[in-house]
Design a protein around this ligand. Structure first.
Ligand code: HEM
Length: 302
């Protein structure tokens, strides 16, 4: 006890503060409880449905769950890329954590694919246009934290992507919201760019020398964790860029196709083509895959 009080005294003295004030403050402070710490009331007040269909609640909550897990993925990757002296043990630990979060996203997607009434979904979703999961900025931030921006540029435009800013005109995900012949952008894309484009360009500038792919390239291939790290990064690439997209696409197909006829999505993309990983070819670590694997992107399991 004495030792702790001494440490408290030292802490506040070092800050130029009177320790007695803080000790008296402790005396009056209310004990913590679960609901205030976790902010349960605030959390449970964030589900504002736009219709009276009861399954809309599931749709909102599962999107929120996804955003929280994406925040955790970003949190882990952020600790690697924004640290000056990350060692390979910590690097590996944080990628394995990111993989676990992404696995949760994949294994829980049944909440969406099986969990909503088909007819009701196809009614309440019309009240949400032109909003789309496509507008998830955290999804794009994970990409930018993880790989060089050139890996997010469509293959046929790579030569034109001469700077970060220019690359943003040729990103793969513009295919969901831009008619490249007319140059017309969908409202979903216009809204997203107005809110986030500059932020994403700034993030890409900030991450260009420190993103995950860059950090991994600095790890010596004689490092004891090199092989494990390589496999963990391959796994992350697979989970985020093949497994999740396929699960998500299967879900979209189960709700948006009726008797073989494809319905428009709220974001108005040519979604069945766009969402397939073999079309997007979003590959974070192309150097870690064989020619064969790259050729079959989207069609293999690891
Ligand atoms: C019934 C459930 C769902 C359906 C039918 C669906 C449908 C679609 C469609 C059609 C697109 C293409 C853009 C558009 O035209 O709107 C899209 C994109 C997207 N959705 Fe969903 N979605 C569903 C659930 C979710 C959930 C739960 C999330 C989690 C946040 C999500 C995140 C995304 C993301 C990140 C994209 C962009 C993907 C990319 O660019 O690769 N979606 N979704």
């Amino acid at each position: 006890m004495e030792n702790i009080i001494k440490q408290i005294e030292d802490k506040y003295k070092a800050l130029g503060q009177n320790p007695e004030t803080y000790l008296k403050g402790l005396l009056h402070a209310k004990p913590m409880n679960y609901w205030e710490y976790v902010q349960v009331d605030a959390l449970l007040n964030l589900q504002n449905t736009r219709t009276d269909f009861s399954d809309e609640l599931i749709f909102i909550i599962y999107h929120q769950v996804t955003e929280l897990l994406l925040k955790l993925v970003k949190h882990e990757i952020g600790q690697i890329i924004f640290s000056d002296d990350i060692n390979s043990d910590l690097f590996l630990e944080k990628i394995e954590r990111s993989n676990r979060y992404t696995e949760i996203l994949n294994s829980s997607f049944g909440v969406m694919s099986k969990g909503m009434n088909y007819e009701d979904y196809n009614k309440f979703r019309l009240s949400l246009a032109p909003a789309s999961g496509f507008q998830s900025v955290q999804f794009r931030e994970v990409e930018i934290y993880t790989t060089d921006i050139i890996n997010l540029v469509k293959t046929e435009f790579k030569e034109k992507a001469t700077s970060i800013e220019k690359s943003f005109e040729y990103l793969y995900w513009l295919d969901a919201g831009l008619d490249r012949r007319t140059g017309n952008k969908s409202l979903t894309l216009l809204q997203f760019e107005e809110k986030y484009l500059q932020h994403l360009i700034n993030t890409a500038e900030k991450c260009k020398k420190i993103n995950l792919a860059q950090k991994f390239s600095k790890i010596n291939n004689t490092d004891k964790n090199y092989e494990a790290l390589k496999n963990a990064l391959r796994k992350f690439d697979y989970l985020f860029n093949i497994r999740w997209p396929l699960t998500h696409l299967e879900t979209a197909e189960s709700y948006l196709i009726e008797k073989g006829i494809k319905r428009d999505a709220t974001g108005m993309s040519d979604w069945q083509k766009y969402l397939h990983p073999s079309y997007q070819r979003r590959i974070f670590f192309p150097n870690l895959w064989s020619e064969e694997e790259l050729k079959n992107w989207g069609y293999f399991i690891i």
